[in-house]
Design a protein around this ligand. Structure first.
Ligand SMILES: [Zn+2]
Length: 148
């Protein structure tokens, strides 16, 4: 779905981009200057690799995203804290924006269910041992790599 930025006004424009596994639903609203606000939810699941074992698994996604789209180069140095995506053709390609958000989500650290369980078990065991044998606390990293 491609949106022409100049057509976006102060009245929020709802959008919905849907694929088999993911829904990207939200609105676009004119903010100020060259900036258009995008606020949306990303729901569904994506296939990604487990950061621990490398197996592919389905990650449930339930994320809120909020950023600005700049119609042209963005150069307001007073406002460096905000997230801005620049558009150089006066349009916003929502499918592309969704893809880059998904890449961002995938690049985080994620563990599959099996590894999650192992990790939880490991943490419980670790807490027990640490309380019983404080000297182990100093060797946590070494032991974690060895045992988990
Ligand atoms: Zn795993």
């Amino acid at each position: 779905m491609i949106v022409t930025l100049r057509k976006i006004t102060k009245t929020p424009l709802d959008f919905l981009v849907k694929s088999d596994e993911i829904t990207f639903k939200g609105y676009l609203e004119y903010h100020a200057g060259k900036l258009i606000l995008l606020k949306a939810d990303i729901n569904g699941s994506v296939s990604t690799e487990c950061s621990t074992c490398g197996e592919e698994f389905k990650l449930n996604v339930d994320e809120k995203v909020e950023f600005f789209i700049s119609d042209g180069l963005y150069e307001d140095e007073n406002n460096i804290d905000i997230d801005v995506v620049e558009s150089f053709n006066s349009t916003a390609d929502l499918d592309e924006l969704l893809l880059s958000e998904i890449e961002l989500i995938k690049s985080d650290y994620h563990s599959c269910n099996d590894c999650e369980k192992k990790l939880n078990k490991g943490n419980k065991l670790w807490q027990y041992l640490r309380d019983e044998y404080p000297i182990l606390a100093e060797r946590k990293e070494e032991l974690t790599t060895k045992l988990l």
